[in-house]
Design a protein around this ligand. Structure first.
Ligand code: FES
Ligand SMILES: [Fe+2]
Length: 439
C-alpha cells in the first residue's frame, strides 16, 4: 500500500509535478502516424501529461505540436485552417508555424508577430508513431530505440485505446503476470494471436506462479515461474522500463506484444499496444486479427480510439459467458478485460455508470499486496528512486538512454536449479533480425 501523499506523487503527471518531470525526460508516443497522414491534413487535439496541445502537418509536410489555444484570445486551434506553412486561427486570422511562432496577424504590421510565440514541442515520426519530447530542450535524448519502432512497417502493428483511469493502475496490470491464469484464461486457447503456444498449458495448470524480480539499468525484469515437466520451470519474463514501457512474454511463434501507458491527464490515459516480429513479416491473417481487435487490440466506436465495449455499455458484460466460463470475467477480449477492471478500481455511480468524485486513480491506501505483486512493488520503488534522483540531483532517469531501451521479453523452460536472469541475460537484449526466445 501507499500513503495518500506517495500515491499522489507517483500518479500525477501535470506540469511541475515530480512524476511529471520524470515523464518529461523521455520521448513519448503522442499520435499514431495515421492521425496526421499528409501535408495540410486536419489538425488533431493532443492532450498529454495534462497539457492541451494540437498536432498538425503543415503544407510542407513538417510536423508540429503546439499549444492548443491561440495566443490572441485562446480559441482552440483545432478549428484552425491548415494553410501555407502554418495553422491559422479562424477567429481573427492569426497564424502559427510548427514551432508555435506567430507568422501573420492580418490586422497588424509584420513586426507585431515577432514576440508572439506559443509553447511547442518536437514531433517526430518513428516506426508508425509520432513521438514528442516535452522536457528541457538541453536534456533532449536521442530518438527512441524500443525494438517495435525500429523494425520495417511490414513487421509491426500498433494501436491505441482510450482508458478512463490513471496511467499507473494500467501499467501495474501490464507487469502483473499472475492475472493471466484467471482473467485471460479462456483467451489462451481461443484467441488467434495466443492459441496453441506450447507454454499456455503451464499458465492454465499452475495458478501459483512464483515471482523473482531483478533490477536493470532501465527499470526491472520480472520473472514469473510455473511448474513444468522434467524438473523444469516455465518462465515468463517481462521487462519494464521507466516510465511505462513493457513487453509481454512471447507465446510460440505469435507476434510479440507490449504496451506504453501515456497519461492524458491524471484520470485518463492512452493504452498503446504494439505487436511485432523482428524476424519476419506479419501474416495477413495476423494483421486481420489485430485490426478486428484480437490479441491486445480492441474494436472501436467508429471514427474514434474509444473502445466499442466501454463503461457506458457496461463493457457488453455477458453474465452467461461468465457463468459458462467461455470468458472468465464475462467481458470479451484481452484489452477490454484489462481496461474494464482497471477502470473499475475507482467508485462508479450505480445509476449513471460514471465515476464518482475522486477521479480515476485507485486509492492505494486500501490495497493489500501479495507476493505475486513483487514486480509492482519493485517498479514503484524504482520510480520513487527516479523521482527523488531527478528532483534532488537533476539525475537523468533510468530508461532515457536508447541503449537501455533495447530489451526483449522471453518465455522459456529452464531446469529448476538455474538462476533465471543469468540464463537469459543474452536473449533479453535485442538482437536485430532474430526472433525472441519463446515457448
Ligand atoms: S482568438 Fe485566435 S486570432 Fe483571435
Ligand atoms: Fe491483462
Amino acid at each position: 500500500m501507499l500513503t495518500k501523499e506517495k500515491n499522489d506523487q507517483i500518479t500525477q503527471t501535470g506540469p511541475g509535478t515530480p512524476m511529471g518531470d520524470v515523464y518529461r525526460r523521455y520521448w513519448l508516443p503522442a499520435l499514431l502516424a495515421e492521425e496526421l497522414p499528409e501535408a495540410n491534413c486536419p489538425p488533431v487535439r493532443v492532450q498529454i501529461l495534462s497539457e492541451f496541445l494540437v498536432g498538425f502537418r503543415d503544407s510542407e509536410g513538417r510536423l508540429g505540436l503546439i499549444d492548443e489555444f491561440c495566443a490572441h484570445r485562446c480559441v482552440s486551434l483545432w478549428f484552425g485552417r491548415n494553410e501555407d506553412k502554418g495553422l491559422r486561427c479562424p477567429y481573427h486570422g492569426w497564424k502559427f508555424d510548427i514551432n508555435g511562432q506567430c507568422i501573420d496577424v492580418p490586422s497588424e504590421s509584420p513586426e507585431f508577430c515577432k514576440n508572439i510565440k506559443l509553447q511547442s514541442y518536437p514531433l517526430v515520426e518513428r516506426g508508425g508513431v509520432l513521438w514528442t519530447y516535452m522536457g528541457p530542450p538541453d536534456k533532449q535524448p536521442p530518438l527512441p530505440e524500443y525494438e517495435f519502432c525500429t523494425v520495417p512497417a511490414t513487421r509491426r502493428f500498433i494501436s491505441k485505446r482510450h482508458q478512463e483511469s490513471n496511467w499507473l493502475q494500467a501499467l501495474e496490470g501490464g507487469i502483473d503476470s499472475s492475472h493471466v491464469s484467471f482473467l485471460h484464461s479462456s483467451n489462451l486457447e481461443d484467441d488467434p494471436l495466443f492459441k496453441s503456444a506450447g507454454g499456455n498449458k503451464y499458465n492454465i495448470q499452475d495458478l501459483q506462479p512464483v515471482f523473482e524480480v531483478v533490477e536493470t539499468q532501465g527499470g526491472i525484469v520480472i520473472g514469473a515461474r510455473r511448474n513444468a515437466e522434467d524438473d523444469q520451470y516455465y518462465w515468463r519474463i517481462t521487462p519494464f522500463l521507466i516510465p511505462s514501457y513493457t513487453q509481454v512474454p512471447p507465446r510460440g511463434d505469435h507476434p510479440v506484444h507490449g504496451h506504453f501507458w501515456i497519461p492524458i491527464d491524471d484520470d485518463n490515459c492512452w493504452a498503446w499496444s504494439y505487436d511485432y516480429k523482428p524476424d519476419r513479416d506479419l501474416t495477413e491473417k495476423e494483421i486481420w486479427a489485430m485490426s478486428q481487435g484480437k490479441g491486445v487490440h480492441c474494436e472501436y466506436v467508429p471514427g474514434t480510439y474509444i473502445p466499442k465495449a466501454n463503461k457506458d455499455n457496461n463493457y457488453l458484460m455477458d453474465r452467461e459467458a461468465q457463468r459458462m466460463g467461455s470468458t472468465y470475467s464475462g467481458v470479451e477480449g484481452i484489452a477490454i478485460q484489462d481496461g474494464s477492471l482497471q477502470e473499475s478500481m475507482v467508485g462508479i455511480n450505480p445509476i449513471t455508470g460514471r465515476r464518482v468524485a475522486w477521479g480515476g486513480t485507485v486509492d492505494r491506501t486500501k490495497e493489500a499486496l501479495a507476493p505475486t505483486d513483487k514486480g509492482i512493488m519493485m517498479a514503484r520503488r524504482k520510480m520513487f528512486d527516479a523521482i527523488d534522483a531527478l528532483a534532488k540531483n537533476d539525475e537523468t532517469p533510468p530508461g532515457v538512454d536508447p541503449e537501455q531501451q533495447k530489451v526483449r521479453s522471453v518465455s522459456t523452460l529452464l531446469k529448476r536449479d538455474k538462476v533465471f536472469h543469468e540464463e537469459v541475460e543474452e536473449v533479453l537484449r535485442v538482437n536485430p533480425g532474430t526472433g525472441h526466445t519463446s515457448v
